[in-house]
Design a protein around this ligand. Structure first.
Ligand SMILES: [Zn+2]
Ligand SMILES: [Zn+2]
Length: 345
């Protein structure tokens, strides 16, 4: 059954399920404008999710064809997955930050073989053992994995420009660029008085950037064509502080539930990362490759029970933390190691 929550002031959220995923659902927000309803995110591209989205809108008296526009917080499939179907059914525009649109374009154009090579190369450089690399090589030579997730994702036709209003008739919705979880993640600040009179400066659609009970995944920005040494964790921590300073009355995240104390939650997440970096520095008194570090880091289950794909994500997260420590001058690459090992300084 579709669950619709009214947040007041012409804002609702719909729970759109994510199949086979512990997150459970995406909260798709509906924002009433003078030109028609606008969605913030759309949900996973799956027949059941599509039905739920339609039913949820229907409960509000909205047909999918009435949707005027779609604002996407970031390119992940639980947010952007159904955008193409919404556009097909309604002619709605789709807006996204340029950095995430670039990821969508690259994924659509990329050849799975090139991606597998890139992944195998990267994992080998991070110190992944041969038994972890073998399945990638087998998939490559066997010509399996002909499709990549996100291959059919809709190409956005509008750009979300940081700091600017989105130009929604009768509403004040401002884009706040919050890179970290993805390079082009945005939060959307609804600069209007809180409908129930909660103290603070408006409301924030926070996507995956600020969630009440989950610390979002921060890995490397994967781009086979870009050798720039980015610092996603540094970007994330900066973005968090920026969001904390907005002083919003309420946060409307894309998972879990709405909550009020944005600044308190920002503080918790900053402390969490501070502690995690300190813990990793303690591990790096012995030189470790990113893979070895990932094996020793604390996850939600023991390393030997983490599934294959999640290990790749975990290594990417370990690397993002190493990048941060190197940038802070608290760790360095050990010269002459292959794969490269890092050590605390
Ligand atoms: Zn995400
Ligand atoms: Zn998400």
């Amino acid at each position: 059954m579709t669950q619709v929550t009214e947040h007041g002031g012409g804002v609702w959220s719909l729970r759109v399920p994510i199949p086979d995923n512990p997150l459970g659902h995406t909260l798709v927000h509906v924002l009433d404008t003078d030109r028609g309803p606008v969605l913030v995110d759309t949900g996973w591209d799956d027949p059941d999710s599509w039905t739920e989205l339609n039913d949820g809108l229907g409960a509000l008296g909205i047909g999918i064809g009435d949707v005027h526009g779609v604002v996407i917080t970031h390119h992940h499939p639980d947010h952007h997955g159904l955008s193409g179907r919404v556009r097909e059914a309604s002619g709605a525009w789709i807006a996204m930050h340029a950095a995430d649109t670039a990821v969508v374009r690259r994924t659509r154009e990329s050849d799975p073989g090139t991606w597998l090579d890139y992944l195998a190369r990267k994992l080998a450089a991070a110190g992944a053992p041969e038994d972890h690399l073998a399945p990638l090589r087998a998939a490559r030579s066997g010509g399996r994995m002909r499709t990549l997730p996100g291959l059919g994702a809709a190409l956005p036709d509008r750009e979300i420009v940081p700091g600017e209003l989105l130009g929604l008739a009768g509403r004040r919705l401002r884009a706040v660029w919050t890179p970290g979880h993805t390079p082009g993640h945005v939060c959307l600040h609804l600069e209007e008085e809180h409908p129930a009179g909660l103290a603070g400066h408006g409301r924030l659609f926070s996507g995956d950037h600020l969630l009440p009970g989950i610390s979002p995944h921060i890995g490397l920005y994967e781009d086979p064509d870009d050798a720039t040494v980015t610092d996603p964790l540094g970007d994330y921590l900066d973005s968090l502080e920026r969001i904390g300073r907005l002083g919003v009355a309420e946060v409307l995240p894309a998972h879990q539930h709405a909550f009020a104390d944005a600044a308190g939650r920002v503080r918790e997440l900053l402390d969490h990362h501070e502690e995690r970096l300190a813990g990793l520095l303690a591990l790096l008194t012995t030189p470790l490759t990113p893979w070895q570090l990932a094996e020793r880091m604390e996850w939600n289950r023991p390393w030997d029970r983490i599934p294959y794909g999640s290990r790749n994500i975990a290594v990417s997260e370990a690397e993002a933390h190493i990048r941060r420590l190197v940038k802070l001058g608290r760790a360095e690459a050990l010269t002459g190691t292959e794969p490269v090992a890092y050590v605390a300084v």
